[in-house]
Design a binder for this molecule. Sequence first.
Ligand code: AHG
Ligand code: MN
Ligand code: MN
Length: 331
Amino acid sequence: MAGLMTLSRYNLQRKREYEGATGDFTLLISHLALACKVVSREVARAGLLDVLGHTGTSNVQGEQVTKLDVLSNELLIEVLNDLPMVAAVASEEDEQIRLTRAGRLNGRYLVCFDPLDGSSNIDVNVTIGTIFSIRKRDTVGREATAEDFLKAGSEQIAAGYCIYGSSTIFVYSTGDGVDGFTLDPNVGEFVLSHPDMRIPDPAVCWSANVGNARNWSAGTHAFMARLTSGEGRYKKCSLRYVGTLVADVHRNLLQGGVFFYPGDQKSPKGKLRVLYEAHPLAYLVEQAGGKASDGVRRILDIVPDGLHMRTPLIIGSGAEVDLYGELAGAT
Ligand code: AHG
Ligand code: MN
Ligand code: MN
């Protein structure tokens, strides 16, 4: 058992480090991990159950909702509903925030999540993920409101994701480094497999939906031209694009690389959402030594004006995020 550093043991060890820690946060993380284990199981057998395909409805984003979107959303909410320390959740799949049963008045924590990221990849068996962000609120004693969520990303106290790929890996940070835990399906536990993740400096790959290039600004084109120039740092810089934000960011976090989903003529604010995609992933990537911007501002400085506000996102190895700012930031 000595070598088996599970997520639960790791959290208990960390709790001991924080004097006065109540264990609330440890309980919250372990419940998020539980929900991700169940989502992982449902994702793995989606083809066997009637959970592939679309529900025939669309969400607040106007996007088609898949059955696994709904299933994972309801799962996460159900798991958090009975935690007295959680006051409310904000989900990609729900227009408004949802107050929890147990913590709506006195819960200190707010949780934002994208229950299933990369939905378009579900039916074709390509890696998908779950993204979460944890904040504290200063309105304990009354019911939380949407305004309690609309704060800068730097106010997050933790963030993470779970990636459902060839293995299921739970990656999170509480502000002093990033650690990854791989699910051992035989034990049913997340085991520490990627301690203190640090993003490598040379960007060995870049990720973007080049299918949108006709709408990109001249600056974004100049950025892509530099990445594909084959010169200097970019002698070997391959294009890798999964179409699941979690998968592209996870790979770039491990190998070094930059992901960009810029604003363009068609969608000036880009596609990705601040509260439950850009903020949490920016928090993690910065904790791992990388950067994240909207081309002009640091993502963590953005204060969203709505639960589903979108932002352009350039995230990964710091030098490339800076280069985008130089070449395309003002545009
Ligand atoms: P979601 O499935 O939660 O709506 O997120 C999908 C996002 C993100 O995962 C990915 O990076 C991006 O959509 C891909 O967009 P395109 O298909 O336009 O490239
Ligand atoms: Mn998403
Ligand atoms: Mn989603």
